[in-house]
Design a protein around this ligand. Structure first.
Ligand SMILES: Cc1cc2nc3c(=O)[nH]c(=O)nc-3n(C[C@H](O)[C@H](O)[C@H](O)COP(=O)(O)OP(=O)(O)OC[C@H]3O[C@@H](n4cnc5c(N)ncnc54)[C@H](O)[C@@H]3O)c2cc1C
Length: 486
């Protein structure tokens, strides 16, 4: 056993102790995400959102949804469906909330045409399993698959890959929803594009028709690379594999790269599910190390610098969904909060340099204790997508249980993301005013979105105060005179 093994062992033991503490505390506060079974309180992933609906309805049929919407309209109560509570904003909170967990059937599969119809509450992880059983797969996924299908679609969930659009843009062909008047509507074409990132405001989605692809495997290679090498040939690297991403490690001169390419060779010799340590070594190392820095914050900086030297190189071949996403084990321990910005691809290099200078300049204020993903996305034509008409590099700020997240995130937003033309992920944290949202997303996009929203929901059954404060829906006509466009 050499020194590196000893350090790794020590970190592992500390991390396991930390995980055990979390399991113990969970056992003493029984709570199924996102709804507390006793109080009905909805809590999101990082516990930054907590709301208790006046009425919680566990949906099992279309009739349940229609009745809930009619009840909301007749009693002037706001209605929202909840997914898995993985948004970092209160998009799902309302007077009447619908738990869609049991509304999750796969209704039809046409493997030849690559079409499936599924109920909206299905969790992505269950959808992936169902698709695999038919020899099919999602062409794109984000970092996890805990989300509900509708939750992921409604906030524009993305993965990575310069030739790939967001998960919704690549898969959704049509949807059916219950509109504000209780009728069932079908949305396709431009109406679908306008409503897909709905933030919960374009009716309660019942079913999606998805375009899926034949099952595929990915060869995934994780490698620690000097940051300088990445910056030196950034465009080539970003385009180097089907799903390329790297993990930026604050205060370190290294990044962890993930290259993921289609694999069409013979079956791998190890069993498909033999993940845990061997395939996600870096990920688990990150979990335990990050958990330690929550205990001892002053460790953040040295630990981040040491991380790349401890992280072993790894490669494996796996079913696409297993290669693209991380398993959820340990999230309770490293419950984090996140802000994420989409930056025009042409600004990738200067923006990343500014980011690294930011970390040096503000290391005292920020003390960031986590790696953050850097990903890419091809432009799409979804109205409220942050990648609308813009190929992007996507950068996050991730912090684990840190009280000064807001202070640090506001600084980073102002110093790094906005100057390079960034648009925030609306499912994650950001600190923009309504008018700033209009400026970065485009006034005409807000107008387009609001016109369809009004058509679907003229009585504002789904329009909560949170959304009214987020988007300048009421002032769009006079925006031009109020906003100074850069
Ligand atoms: C650990 C973690 C990893 C993540 N990774 C990524 C990632 O890789 N890429 C990325 O882009 N994002 C990522 N996210 C963000 C996440 O994908 C989105 O916030 C997504 O919306 C969460 O889905 P959900 O099912 O939890 O929805 P919720 O957060 O519960 O709800 C989101 C919205 O969907 C609406 N909604 C839900 N169901 C319906 C329905 N049936 N009809 C109408 N509206 C509905 C809700 O009302 C709400 O407005 C991550 C989040 C976490 C916590």
């Amino acid at each position: 056993m050499n020194f590196r093994h000893l350090v790794f062992l020590a970190i592992l033991v500390g991390g396991i102790a930390r995980l055990a503490q979390d399991v113990w505390s969970l056992a003493h506060t029984p709570f199924a995400m996102p709804f507390d079974p006793i109080t009905n309180t909805f809590r999101n992933f990082d516990r930054s959102v907590e709301c208790t609906p006046k009425k919680l309805i566990h949906v099992t049929t279309e009739a349940d949804v229609v009745a809930a919407v009619n009840e909301g309209r007749n009693n002037k109560m706001k209605v929202r469906a909840a997914g898995a509570g993985h948004s970092f904003q209160p998009h799902a909170c309302a007077d009447i909330m619908l738990n869609m967990d049991a509304f999750c059937k796969v209704l039809s599969v046409n493997a030849t045409e690559g079409r499936v119809v599924v109920e909206s509450g299905i969790r992505l992880k269950n959808l992936n399993l169902a698709l695999a059983s038919f020899g099919l797969a999602m062409p794109q996924l984000g970092l996890i698959s805990e989300q509900s299908l509708a939750g992921a679609m409604s906030t524009g969930t993305h993965g990575t890959g310069l030739s790939l659009e967001s998960v919704g843009a690549m898969t959704v062909v049509a949807l059916e929803a219950v509109a504000g008047n209780g009728s069932v509507i079908s949305l396709t074409g431009w109406r679908l594009n306008t409503s897909l990132v709905s933030l919960g405001c374009m009716g309660i989605v019942l079913r999606y028709t998805l375009h899926v692809v034949p099952a595929y495997r990915l060869y995934r290679r994780e490698v620690v690379t000097p940051l300088a090498h990445v910056l030196a040939d950034l465009p080539q690297r970003l385009a180097s594999s089907r799903n390329y991403q790297f993990w930026h490690i604050p205060y370190s001169a290294y990044v962890v790269e993930n290259h993921m390419s289609l694999y069409e060779g013979p079956e791998p010799s190890y069993p498909e599910h033999s993940f845990v340590v061997d395939k996600y070594m870096t990920h688990y190392l990150y979990l335990v190390v990050s958990a330690l820095t929550v205990w001892i914050p002053s460790l953040s900086n040295p630990v981040n610098r040491a991380m790349p030297h401890l992280a072993p190189m790894h490669e494996f071949i796996a079913r696409s969904d297993l290669a693209l996403t991380y398993p959820p084990i340990g999230y309770e321990s490293v419950r984090y909060t996140e802000m994420e910005y989409f930056i025009p691809l042409e600004n990738a290099n200067p923006m990343l340099k500014a980011l690294y200078m930011f970390y040096e300049k503000f290391s005292e204020v920020c003390k960031v204790n986590s790696m953050s993903p850097v990903r890419t996305q091809k432009r799409d034509s979804i109205t409220l997508s942050p990648a609308n008409n813009m190929d992007c590099i996507i950068v996050s700020l991730v912090m684990i249980r840190r009280n000064n997240f807001e202070e640090c995130a506001k600084l980073m937003q102002a110093e790094v993301f906005l100057p390079y033309g960034g648009r925030p992920h609306l499912g994650k944290r950001h600190f923009l005013t309504k008018l700033e949202i209009a400026r970065v997303y485009g006034e005409e996009k807000i107008v387009e979105w609001e016109a369809l929203r009004k058509e679907i929901d003229p009585e504002n059954v789904f329009l909560t105060d949170y959304t009214k404060n987020l988007l300048p829906l009421d002032v769009t006509k006079s925006l031009k005179s109020k906003v100074v466009f850069a």
